[in-house]
Write a protein that binds this ligand. Structure first.
Ligand code: AMP
Length: 283
């Protein structure tokens, strides 16, 4: 497994593979890898001749009040996991390589980013869109793999790739969960034992809403009210709990369809958790 810390090294290795007509897959991450990330790697491994994983904790997607300083960093353990999974190349750019002095460009995807997490994390999706655009151009893979765990992010990345004619297939990978349903996340390590126990209620409540709406698609107001109450009762502070159209992310307020998705963000102590599920899941 090769490690590149500069764009020049990354491109040199990828150019060699391209000469051999090999298909290249990219898995962008912020490290602190878990089985959710590894599902992305496995999907890339299954579909591509070469797999590149990037590890970069992108300061631009953290608001000043957020956890950039305490975000887990575990490079040695990450590299072991990636090696065992058969990754060919790990791109670990230093900060200056991504954001040289006088870096002045922002990629902003409008329409998809104002609501849901965008309403609660100022500048977050500008930071995501900017760094993902850079990673896609730096690597120019055939396909890039993103988790449905961060569903709004997946839609933002699809849109920017289409709008900017970046010739990369954006693949979505289903959310990997712990046995009790909690979506795996690098931030789950912030949870105390008690909070970890409470956290499983998030997926349970979303699943209950998805199943209820699959049976009774017009019961959105009732199910959102019940779900919000259940989340608060369990100990979460609810940032949002909404039904959205799965591609445009438009609000769905009167009737759910198999293209609808239930989306939530909650806080548990200092930890922010997000999750979402398709309504069709329950049908
Ligand atoms: P992160 O390192 O948190 O930026 O995540 C890197 C990629 O892994 C993103 O595309 C995430 O959506 C994806 N990912 C994170 N957690 C999961 C999960 N539990 N299941 C599937 N994909 C995930």
């Amino acid at each position: 497994m090769e490690i590149a810390r500069s764009v020049a090294d990354l491109r040199r290795l990828i150019a060699l593979w391209r000469k051999g007509d090999e298909r290249v897959g990219l898995v962008p991450t912020m490290g602190a890898l878990h089985q959710g990330h590894m599902a992305l790697v496995r999907a890339a491994r299954a579909e591509c001749d070469r797999v590149v994983t990037s590890i970069f904790v992108n300061p631009k997607q953290f608001a000043p009040t957020e956890d950039l300083g305490s975000y887990p960093r575990r490079e040695a353990a990450d590299l072991e996991m990636l090696q065992a999974a058969g990754v060919d190349l790990v791109f670990i750019p230093v900060l200056d390589e991504m954001y040289p002095p006088n870096f002045s460009t922002t990629v902003r995807v409008t329409g998809l980013t104002e609501g849901l997490c965008g309403a609660h994390r100022a500048g977050h999706f500008d930071g995501v869109a900017t760094v993902v655009t850079k990673l896609l151009i730096q690597c120019l893979p055939d396909a890039a793999y993103f988790g449905e765990k961060d569903y709004q992010q997946l839609m933002v990345v699809r849109r920017l790739a289409r709008d900017l004619d970046i010739p990369v297939h954006i693949a979505g990978v289903p959310t990997v969960r712990d046995a009790d349903g909690l979506a795996l996340s690098s931030r789950n390590i912030y949870l105390s034992a008690e909070e970890r126990r409470i956290a499983s209620n998030l997926a349970r409540v979303l699943r209950t809403i998805a199943m209820a709406l699959a049976r009774d698609p017009t019961a959105i107001a009732r199910e959102i009210a019940r779900g919000s109450a259940a989340l608060q009762q369990a100990g979460f502070a609810v940032e949002y709990l909404e039904i959205r159209e799965s591609e445009t992310l438009a609000a769905v307020t009167s009737e759910a369809t198999t293209r609808s998705r239930v989306c939530a963000a909650v806080r548990l102590g200092k930890t922010r958790l997000i999750d979402s599920m398709p309504i069709a899941l329950a049908a």
